[in-house]
Design a binder for this molecule. Structure first.
Ligand SMILES: *[C@@H]1O[C@H](CO)[C@@H](O)[C@H](O)[C@H]1NC(C)=O
Ligand SMILES: *[C@@H]1O[C@H](CO)[C@@H](O)[C@H](O)[C@H]1NC(C)=O
Ligand SMILES: *[C@@H]1O[C@H](CO)[C@@H](O)[C@H](O)[C@H]1NC(C)=O
Ligand SMILES: *[C@@H]1O[C@H](CO)[C@@H](O)[C@H](O)[C@H]1NC(C)=O
Ligand SMILES: *[C@@H]1O[C@H](CO)[C@@H](O)[C@H](O)[C@H]1NC(C)=O
Length: 590
């Protein structure tokens, strides 16, 4: 063999080696069979978000096969089906959403297929829940999951993702992250309403839910990580390459002493195979509709609104693909039945404005953003120019310090809204700050509150201010009014949200608070004469504000002072240390 031939062989061999090494480096992602099962009518409103969140995943679509199981009423395929029956109407909408999504996404996935399960709606009446969760229903779910499972096996899928159609993922990396975790059974922790989620931290010996102290730290994310738990459901990834996974079952009759329930059977069969289940809460992955408590469609709609609002608290928004926008009804916005809804917002807090704007869109409220007076721009000259003077002897009862510039800005912001309200001759307005969380069913409850105020006024005369949210500052019980939902507030803090009437605004202005300023939190209780400090109150002889409070409250702050994420513009801003501006220098600690 000549030198040249030898060299050629060396080059050939090494190029083969190099190419095989580079092949080994470039591995295709494992294949996923994503199975989504959709109820005939109850999921129609959240489905666009569920599908969009699947579409948004960064996992390669050409490594994903989507299989959809849909309950379909055959009549819905006819042009003139019964649109009076909301079940038909929503079944039709469900079908339309699916068709639209599939048409757009089909080319990108390895495959998308739909299995129709034809149903007679008479088999599925609008029933109460005990009837709903009957053995027939479980049979259906068990059968469906069993079929999905064997199909994934036949398809040689590396992973099976079983996803309920009431899940919205807000993190695009959820799937990639779950696959990378290399666990054989794992779920992304999903937030819901209240303390519901898609895992259990405890299970009793019969297989039922057991409350344990391990649950909350995972849910509130005070502990972050991947945790072994006895139960995961609603969105679970199963590694089909683990041979023991083939022994998993949803069918309780295959197990000893197992309740007839698909998720319990699955969890117990995993346990019997020594396969651990894991829940991952390292990121905010997504949201899950609360567990079904009735088949009331209005309730589902309200829960979807509440869930979307909940997501905005974490700065998360349900994804919605372009092609599906027209299939989601956006609420027609109104002013909540009052003349104006103000939202006080600092210009340098655009993220709060954006979050509040999203909440207004979700709630259908036509609000006006009101530019707050920025404490950072207030200085002595500004105070002099506006003729602002402080209340003699004022100091914060907790911090023992004078007013901060932030607190002054906050007062002036509300004050300016009162002026605006009067100059516009509004008879009743809602004033909100920009960091509020709306309690569940906010709109219907607000409507009831307006009714209650009207009823109250008929018997007891006009009300000037009605708190929507506040912090009760005394342990004393407060007096209920004769009207359900309204209470007479005692000493309270916060101005995150209240209803104000024209006369109320006039009274708050007429007392000339800028000439004896103290924080607005203190000013309001003084004005309705429930302030415990009579030294301060005496500077306001005309304490004639007629205040009420919603009870229970309708809003709360998104973050409380002391929370890690809380940035308060009033608490932390620079304190006024120029003693010259205070009638008395009593702030020794400064
Ligand atoms: C599969 O999709 C990925 C992007 O997700 C792309 O880079 C790759 O080229 C695709 N492969 C094929 C065979 O289409
Ligand atoms: C559960 O398993 C039993 C026994 O194999 C079978 O007869 C039954 O049909 C299964 N149920 C479902 C819903 O698949
Ligand atoms: C599970 O683990 C137990 C104890 O380690 C063992 O006795 C049992 O055989 C295992 N079961 C399976 C299916 O591997
Ligand atoms: C202000 O509104 C009231 C009704 O709320 C009306 O009677 C009055 O005329 C209005 N005043 C002005 C100046 O528009
Ligand atoms: C309000 O609270 C104070 C204590 O701060 C208490 O003395 C008073 O009785 C309470 N008043 C009413 C009407 O509840």
């Amino acid at each position: 063999m000549g030198k040249l031939q030898f060299l050629v062989i060396i080059i050939l061999v090494s190029s083969i080696l190099i190419s095989s090494i580079s092949c080994a480096l470039f591995k295709l992602k494992p294949t996923i069979e994503l199975v989504l099962s959709i109820h005939a009518y109850s999921k129609a409103k959240i489905l666009p978000y569920t599908l969009s969140s699947i579409e948004n995943q960064d996992y390669p679509k050409n490594r994903t096969r989507v299989t959809i199981y849909l309950d379909l009423y055959p009549d819905v395929l006819e042009a003139n089906f019964n649109r009076q029956d909301p079940r038909y109407e929503r079944n039709w909408l469900t079908l339309k959403i699916l068709k639209t999504w599939i048409r757009v996404n089909q080319p990108f996935y390895h495959d998308i297929s739909v299995n129709y399960n034809y149903l007679d709606p008479l088999d599925e009446p609008l029933v109460d829940l005990d009837e709903y969760w009957n053995p027939n229903r479980f049979n259906k779910i068990i059968k469906l999951k069993t079929i999905a499972f064997s199909q994934a096996r036949l398809d040689w899928a590396d992973y099976l993702l079983l996803m309920d159609s009431d899940v919205a993922l807000v993190n695009e990396e959820t799937l990639s992250h779950l696959v990378d975790s290399e666990k054989s059974l794992i779920a992304p922790m999903l937030y819901s309403l209240g303390t519901y989620s898609n895992y259990w931290a405890g299970m009793n010996e019969k297989g039922y839910y057991l409350r344990t102290n391990d649950y909350m730290p995972i849910l509130d994310r005070t502990k972050l990580g991947i945790f072994q738990v006895p139960m995961i459901h609603s969105c679970i990834l199963i590694d089909m390459r683990i041979s023991a996974s083939h022994q998993l079952t949803f069918n309780a009759t295959h197990l000893n002493n197992c309740p007839y329930d698909d998720i319990i059977a699955f969890a117990l069969s995993a346990k019997s195979q020594n396969l651990s289940m894991y829940i991952d809460n390292q990121e905010i992955w997504g949201y899950l509709m609360p567990s079904v408590e009735s088949m009331d469609l209005n309730r589902f709609d309200q829960e979807l609104i509440d869930l979307q609002l909940e997501a905005t608290i974490e700065g998360a928004f349900f994804p919605l693909s372009k092609e599906l926008i027209h299939l989601v009804d956006t609420p027609i916005k109104d002013k909540l039945g009052v003349d104006q809804v103000y939202i006080i917002n600092l210009e340098r807090r655009p993220e709060r404005k954006e979050s509040m704007a999203k909440r207004m869109n979700i709630l259908g409220i036509d609000a006006t953003f009101w530019k707050a007076v920025d404490g950072k721009l207030i200085n002595e000259e500004f105070l002099k120019e506006k003729g602002i003077k402080f209340l003699p002897n004022y100091e914060d009862p907790y911090h023992k310090r004078p007013m901060t510039y932030g607190e002054i800005g906050c007062f002036l912001s509300h004050y300016n809204v009162w002026l605006d309200m009067i100059s516009n001759n509004y008879s009743m307005v809602v004033i909100l700050e920009d960091d509020v969380r709306f309690e569940r069913s906010f709109r219907p409850r607000f409507n009831l509150l307006l009714e209650a105020i009207k009823t109250y006024e008929k018997s007891f005369g006009p009300a000037d201010l009605i708190y929507l949210g506040r912090k009760i500052q005394t342990d004393e019980s407060e007096s209920r009014t004769a009207i359900n939902g309204l209470i007479l507030p005692n000493y309270s803090y916060w101005t995150i949200g209240y209803v104000l009437t024209k006369l109320g605004a006039q009274r708050l202005i007429d007392s000339k608070p800028l000439e004896k300023l103290l924080p607005i939190d203190e000013y309001l209780p003084i004005m309705f004469d429930k302030h415990p400090n009579s030294d301060w109150s005496k500077y306001y002889p005309n304490r004639n504000l007629r205040a009420l409070s919603a009870s229970p409250l309708l809003i709360s702050p998104t973050h409380y002072v002391g929370d890690e994420q809380y940035i308060s513009d009033t608490e932390d801003s620079k304190q006024i240390i120029d003693a010259a501006f205070h009638p008395k220098n009593h702030h020794q600690e400064l």
